[in-house]
Design a protein around this ligand. Sequence first.
Ligand code: SAH
Length: 351
Amino acid sequence: MTNYRDILRRLALGNEVGFRELEELVALVGDERVLDYARGLAREVRTEWFGNKVFIRGLVEISNRCSGGCYYCGLRAENCKVTRYELSDDEVMESCRVGYGLGLRSFVLQGGERKSITEQTARVVRRIKEEMPDVAVTLSLGEQSRETYECWRMAGADRYLLRHESATPEHYATLHPKRMVWEERVACLGVLAELGYQIGAGFMVGTPGQTTAMLAHEVEFLAEMAPQMVGIGPFIPQGDTPLGNMPRGSVEQTLMMLSLVRIALPKALMPSTTALATTAEQGTHLGILSGANVVMPNITPAQYRASYAIYDGKKSSGTEAAEGLEKLVGELRAIGYEATFGRGDHPDFQR
Ligand code: SAH
């Protein structure tokens, strides 16, 4: 029997954990005792840095236009069934103003990847920062040139989310068309870090063909890169994509991976993802109880939400504006957590 407690404690202390040991641990996902112990330790190391705080960020899905071709994502350029939209600068501003009025001080602007959005994105980031200088702005707009990332940083963007999607290049290649290259994606994260962004990496759990060895490698890879943020959620098929008939990722495996990455990166900001909330009843809570410390309610204008269909059944209501946010705060309090609306910087980036 694997001494899972010993392996997990060494992971928490930053001591050497072998790849085989990690792989054995990941494979123990069916064992309730292991999950429990991992979850408990994940909460313990998180509490040291964050107490019982959970950071709330307003998510604005600014556009679903995309030139990417990710086989899992409903926004891929090849999908002609989706109605494309793009928020105007004023609509982005209005979404943020509503969020600001509710007390939020951290906004995430996410969207499809296009090369033509450099100027307009810089413009809207500048407007947000001028009007609301006390907020943090996070962008998540895919792979871009160094010049574009630099331009957005100069405009005031603080953070950037770009999941690496898989730490295994061969697996990445089965999830993306040839025009998307693993090395280029990972290089983007390096450039973003150099430019002073707080960076967010991450991956999906249960993508077709993913093995326990690959999941073990995710832990190693993330521990080595040490990004400030990590997004982990289950793969959910989207009917109009090449992977639309594949099974979804497992909730238990997702929670296990959240706990392992939390233990390896005690200071990271890790969302309890919408994909998790979509897959499991009480998914948001389960994520928090497994080591996540961020929730990103959707503040996109309601009429656009259904079109941001990266996967089927995506939760897009329930956290709407005032009532939704109050409900979220109450639910977090009920499980012992305090929702925090501040910027929520990584401990190493606090000013
Ligand atoms: N275009 C941006 C934002 C992508 S959407 C970018 O390239 O970074 C944000 C994340 O949603 C992706 O990184 C991916 O990990 C996740 N995602 C996309 N399709 C998904 C699916 N079918 N199931 C689960 N997660 C998915």
